[in-house]
Structures are given as C-alpha cells and as structure tokens.
Design a protein around this ligand. Structure first.
Ligand code: CA
Length: 225
C-alpha cells in the first residue's frame, strides 16, 4: 500500500517513513503544502498523512482542495496537542481521522490499517481465501496452517491482490501501489515477484490462488478466473 506523507519536520518525517517502509508500505514524502497537493493530485495513494501547520499551504486548506477536486483518498491529519480547533476544522474539511503529536508509531499503523479497511470495505485485518490466511496488521501469512515467510515487498503485493480478491489487478496498479515515486519500473519486475509469490503460496497446493491474466494482470481467487 502506498502512502503520501506531508510533514515539514524532517526528523519526524524520516522516522515515520522508516517505520512504514519496514512494514511494507511505499512512502513518498512532501515537505510543504504545495508539493503535497501536487503529488496527492497526480499520483495514486492509499492513504495521505498530513501535518496541519505546513509551509506554503496548510493541511486544512489542502484537505478542502482535494475534496473539491473529488479526490477520495483517505486523509489522516497530524496535529499538535494545543490545536484542538485544527482537529475539528480538519475533520470538517474532509479529513477522515487525526492523530495528536507526539504519538506512538503503533497507533499510527493501527489508524492507517483502519482507513485501509474502510476504503477497501473490509471489516477485519484478517484476509482469508481457501486455506490461505493473511493478517495485515500482524503481517502473518499461513497456508494450510503452515507459516509462510515473505519479504516486505512480497507482502505488499499480496496484500494489494487480497484486498481486491476475485478482481484483476494490473501491473501498473501493482507498481503504483507498492513502489514509491523514485521507483524506475523495470519491465519484468512485477512478474519476477509474482513468480516468487506463486512458489511460496501455491507450490504443492491443490487449489491454485494466484492467476495470471495474460496481457492484463494478476488475480487472487479460489474460483476459475
Ligand atoms: Ca509542521
């Protein structure tokens, strides 16, 4: 899942990015409101995290602009303790949730997961299909009760496919939601990852879950696609 982080405090921004990247998220950083608004408008994100007090354009104004432009990406605003007014203004202007600084990283992660569940219309962090079980909060993967070890990128691709199970996910969507802005797409990188995932998840199993739709993309399903 790909996140846009708009925060002008460089140390905090790098701390959040590091934590999220370790959890398999792709993170783009913007350090002022204008840069943030530009990226939010033209790139695809699953969640936008934004500070309220920002150079060039504040978070409240940015929320309003994005909602006016019909951008529906979930927005989590970060506010300082003293800015109670900003929380209300932020929610009123289209933000979906807020977090008060300083915060625990675990809480930020839980709130991001909650926003993702809502936008993909899921009620739980457990995504299951056939005898395959994935927990998006604990990052655990089981097939037939046996644990499977995945790298953060492999997990991120799997999570994207599972959140849209029984639907086709194109290579472009995978690249857009799993890698950040600096990624230079190599022609077959997605296929290489999918090959590894297929080996780890489907090898030796009667029901194959990962399907290739030639020229279109990939689908995770236990039905015939
Ligand atoms: Ca700030």
């Amino acid at each position: 899942m790909r996140i846009l982080l708009i925060e002008d405090e460089k140390r905090l921004s790098h701390f959040i990015k590091k934590g999220l990247t370790e959890n398999g998220f792709a993170v783009d950083q913007a350090f002022d409101g204008e840069e943030g608004l530009y990226l939010a408008q033209y790139e695809s994100y699953d969640v936008i995290i934004m500070d309220v007090m920002l150079p060039k354009m504040n978070g409240i104004e940015m929320c309003q602009k994005l909602r006016t432009l019909k951008k529906e990406t979930p927005i989590l605003i970060l506010t300082a303790k003293s800015e109670v007014e900003d929380k209300i203004k932020g929610l009123d202007s289209g933000a979906d949730d807020y977090l008060t600084k300083p915060f625990e990283f675990a809480e930020l992660k839980a709130r991001i997961n909650a926003l993702l569940r809502r936008s993909y219309r899921q009620v739980s962090n457990n995504l299951a299909i056939d005898n395959f079980e994935v927990n998006t909060s604990k990052h655990t993967v089981f097939r037939n009760k046996k644990p499977i070890k995945l790298t953060p990128k492999e997990f991120a691709i799997l999570e994207l496919l599972l959140r849209q199970k029984h639907e086709v996910v194109t290579r472009t969507q995978i690249i857009e939601h799993v890698w950040d802005y600096n990624f230079e797409s190599l022609s077959n990188v997605v296929d290489v990852f999918m090959g590894t995932l297929r080996k780890k998840i489907d090898k030796g199993e009667k029901v194959k879950l990962i399907h290739t739709l030639h020229g279109v993309g990939y689908m995770i399903t236990d039905k015939t696609p």
